[in-house]
Design a protein around this ligand. Structure first.
Ligand SMILES: NC(=O)C1=CN([C@@H]2O[C@H](COP(=O)(O)OP(=O)(O)OC[C@H]3O[C@@H](n4cnc5c(N)ncnc54)[C@H](O)[C@@H]3O)[C@@H](O)[C@H]2O)C=CC1
Ligand SMILES: O=C(O)C1=N[C@H](C(=O)O)C[C@H](O)C1
Length: 259
């Protein structure tokens, strides 16, 4: 599917603009000719001096907006959806940590506006999803599958949205037979075949590492992805924003963007 964005200047609202990802995007979009940040929203609006106005709430936004790029917190979902529905703006939601109910809320709203959501904006992870799905189909009979993710010490949610996305890709390949096990503390029993373990490490400034382990008798296969900087997520978000400009209502993800 092609982007319908051509020859204009796309007006972007950065939601969570004063966070780590918000600031990386601020810099990257300032270097792009046909895209401009018309305003930002952040619950800490004064943390940085930005070249665009920053509001503490979406209710205060005065600017005309084509696309909202969101890297904030899942608790903002209601206000984000209300904003998109009132202003008919496309939403590029990159935040993680949503509950099943919140994901359903997104789907419901996507009947009226175009909504993109992906827990990982890198091309590499979205290719890895296809690889682990195929590997799981071929290996599951003889190999146990576990996922380890590592992130910086400021991350709020665990396991990461990406680890869950990889687990879902694997499970889809296996007719959703697997049961997710979040760590094994206090467990004094053997691993069951249909378990898929998810394990989270938090420390320092690790940008984002995901390791999918296929452990067999006498041999181990690992498929890994390491994000070396946050730029990779920001470029993915810019690519998704271009893709979402002028799209029909519906739910979209990175697989649609990369088609
Ligand atoms: N999809 C992807 O590829 C990626 C997703 N993420 C996700 O994006 C989110 C943000 O990540 P970071 O920038 O590292 O976090 P961060 O904590 O550095 O930034 C979040 C920003 O959102 C603001 N915020 C929080 N609650 C708010 C509210 N109620 N109203 C307005 N602003 C609010 C905070 O003040 C902060 O400035 C996380 O959920 C993270 O997991 C992060 C990197 C890549
Ligand atoms: O919080 C982060 O930093 C990241 N979050 C995303 C996730 O939860 O998967 C993506 C990336 O790994 C960085």
């Amino acid at each position: 599917m092609e982007s319908s964005f051509r020859g204009e200047v796309m007006k972007v609202l950065l939601h969570g603009c004063n966070g780590k990802m918000g600031q990386v995007l601020t810099k990257i979009i300032s270097e792009i000719k046909d895209m401009t940040v018309v305003c930002g929203v952040d619950k800490e609006p004064l943390r940085f001096k930005n070249e665009y106005p920053v509001y503490p709430s979406l209710l205060e936004v005065k600017e005309d907006v084509d696309v909202v790029i969101d890297f904030s917190n899942h608790v903002c979902l209601n206000s984000l959806l209300d904003f998109g529905l009132n202003k008919k703006a496309a939403l590029v939601i990159c935040t993680t940590g949503f509950s099943q109910e919140e994901k359903q809320q997104m789907k419901d709203a996507s009947r009226s506006i175009p909504i993109f959501h992906s827990a990982n904006m890198s091309v590499g992870i979205n290719l890895l999803m296809a690889l682990v799905k195929e590997a799981a189909k071929k290996l599951y009979q003889d190999f146990d599958i576990e996922i380890i993710e590592k992130h910086h010490n400021q991350k709020l949610d665990s396991p990461s949205g990406t680890a869950l996305m990889l687990a879902d890709a694997i499970n889809e390949g296996l007719n959703n037979e697997l049961e997710y096990i979040y760590g094994r503390h206090s467990k004094t029993q053997k691993r069951e075949k249909r378990e898929l373990g998810l394990h989270a490490i938090r420390g320092g400034s690790i940008v984002g590492e995901h390791q999918v382990i296929f452990a067999g008798a006498g041999e181990v296969i690992e498929l890994n992805h390491n994000a070396l900087s946050r730029d990779v997520f920001a470029y993915g978000a810019v690519r998704a924003a271009r893709f979402m400009y002028g799209k029909e209502p519906g739910m979209y993800n990175m697989q649609d963007v990369l088609k």
